[in-house]
Design a protein around this ligand. Structure first.
Ligand SMILES: Cc1cc2nc3c(=O)[nH]c(=O)nc-3n(C[C@H](O)[C@H](O)[C@H](O)COP(=O)(O)OP(=O)(O)OC[C@H]3O[C@@H](n4cnc5c(N)ncnc54)[C@H](O)[C@@H]3O)c2cc1C
Length: 489
């Protein structure tokens, strides 16, 4: 049992929404902290999505989703520049193949105009194929929105948390909130292990579990609807298949199954949309793969099963109203962010500002910090450097001469940098550096990453985990190189 400092605001949940709220609050003269149950931030829906910064034509005009998607999208250039997070406005295309689909597509075009989506255009099939030669021949009409983009969502969450910490906020990981009570001295938040935190205000950003957290605060909220999405990643050999993110016309349940370029240069295909009774089933299935292949091959016929190198699944916090839900309890001092399904990644920067405003409306003073620094120290991405730049960084730090992940050309210097920025696990290193994300899927680099983590964290390699407690990678120090010596990867 133990008790931590009294905070002005505690945020529960370290996905892209919680970390964006924390970073927004770190602008002001107040004490804020974030509690996250996983070993690192960004490992809920935030790490397992399509990474699309939506343009904003998918959502019903006037809805929170429509307003916050367009507003969030417009903040991405500055945000990602300040935080040095990979982001590209590659543009999105919604495609139609039949007169019925064309009618639906025109409806989304009108909706985009009402939502204020900039720069949209309608193209016939041939004009679209001049921009995207691999689009199917039977596509007749395309809605193109150049403001659509792609981002590395887990990098964004980690960068938001890192910058918030640099501006005085605290982040506690491996803290699962199990109880929330309220008394004269504000909120008492108790973890599963019995540690307590005190706060005057709280923000519930617990994603798929935000309904459980809201109920802990005494709110009677409808249950969120877990909706699984499987995604499949293609080899970089076929990274030039498309430049735009390609959408079909949507289904009533989801935006449909897409072809998605990523900032890591792999094309991704997916996601499925399957409602489930559970919040923890992250399995991928042969049925899901077949569904995704048959849908995406109709958009881009050159997609081949043999090019798939990896798969994952994420679970959407499906909203029972079909829109984001913003609730308060305790006279506004607890703000609950519910049903933050897609376009939640896109909207996160705008949701964060809304949450801060809701806290201010309940009495939280928001006085700007004169020394707030919005910038995160630049990340050296060795693979992207010119030969001269490579020589320069190696001269300054020879660890950049040692390539640990051969598939993605990730150096020891980058891995050490990721650990110094907060990575504690093999997955944390993977998400921040891309070591393990190539064709061999960690087959070569894992022992070296384990060894570097152990050395930098000053612990035994036996303590290094893939993704937190219970996922230790080694049972014994069987190999001598794990105990010391060179990492001759
Ligand atoms: C397959 C799929 C594809 C998607 N594609 C896109 C897309 O392309 N573009 C887009 O804009 N959106 C997309 N989304 C939606 C987007 O991923 C989410 O809206 C966004 O990630 C939500 O972020 P969050 O912070 O609310 O939730 P999460 O990332 O789930 O974060 C919630 C956090 O709360 C923590 N937590 C939960 N309970 C507790 C507790 N009791 N104590 C402490 N911590 C707790 C969790 O561990 C988790 O880290 C997609 C979603 C899925 C599943």
């Amino acid at each position: 049992m133990g008790e931590k400092t009294h905070y002005d605001v505690i945020i529960i949940g370290g996905g892209v929404v919680g970390t964006a709220v924390l970073r927004t609050l770190s602008r002001y003269q107040l004490k804020a902290a974030l509690l996250e149950k996983a070993a690192e931030v960004g490992w809920g829906a935030t790490k397992a999505n399509s990474g699309i910064v939506h343009a904003g034509f998918h959502n019903k005009p006037g809805s929170w989703m429509a307003k916050l998607c367009v507003a969030g999208n417009s903040k991405y250039d500055q945000l990602c520049e300040e935080l040095d997070v990979p982001f590209q406005r590659n543009g999105v295309m919604m495609v139609a193949r039949t007169p019925e689909e064309e009618e639906i597509l025109r409806h989304f075009y009108q909706q985009g105009l009402e939502n204020g989506v900039p720069g949209m255009e309608l193209l016939d099939g041939d004009a679209a194929r001049r921009l995207e030669p691999n689009l199917a021949e039977d596509i007749t009409l395309v809605l193109r929105a150049p403001s659509g983009g792609i981002v590395a969502p887990f990098t964004l969450a980690a960068a938001l948390a890192e910058n918030a910490r640099a501006n005085g906020a605290d982040v506690y990981t491996e803290v699962e909130v199990a109880g929330v009570s309220h008394g004269e001295d504000g909120f008492t938040i108790t973890s599963k292990e019995g540690v307590t935190w005190k706060a005057t205000y709280i923000v519930n950003a617990a994603g798929l579990f935000a309904d459980d957290l809201a109920r802990m605060c005494g709110l009677d909220v409808p249950s969120l609807i877990p909706r699984k999405g499987e995604e499949y990643i293609l080899d970089q050999r076929v990274s030039n298949l498309v430049k735009h993110t390609i959408f079909p016309v949507p289904t009533p349940k989801s935006k449909g199954i897409l072809v998605i370029p990523t900032v890591g240069s792999n094309i991704m295909i997916g996601p499925t949309a399957l409602e489930m009774p559970y919040k923890d089933d992250l399995s991928t299935t042969a049925v899901g793969l077949d569904e995704i292949l048959s849908f995406t091959q109709r958009l881009v016929p050159k997609i081949k099963r043999r090019d798939i190198i990896a798969a994952f699944a994420g679970i959407r916090a499906g909203s029972p109203t079909g829109d984001f839900i913003f609730e308060t309890s305790h006279a506004g001092k607890a703000v609950h962010l519910l049903g933050i399904e897609s376009p939640g990644l896109t909207a996160a920067p705008a949701i964060a500002e809304l949450a801060a405003q809701m806290l201010a409306d309940a009495g939280l003073p928001l006085n700007e910090k004169p020394d707030f620094n919005p910038r995160r120290p630049r990340v050296i991405r060795f693979k992207k450097l010119s030969d001269e730049e490579k020589e320069k960084v190696i001269k300054e730090n020879p660890l950049y001469a040692h390539v640990v992940c051969r598939c993605e050309t990730v150096t020891e210097g980058e891995i050490v940098d990721a650990i110094r920025r907060g990575a504690r696990t093999v997955d944390g290193v993977k998400f921040l550096t891309r070591a393990w994300m190539g064709r061999c899927q960690g087959g070569f680099c894992t022992p070296y990453v384990v060894k570097i983590l152990a050395r930098e964290l000053g612990v035994s390699p036996l303590e290094i985990t893939k993704r937190g407690k219970g996922s230790e990678l080694l049972m014994a120090e069987a190999k001598s190189f794990l105990r010391g010596g060179e990492t001759n990867a």
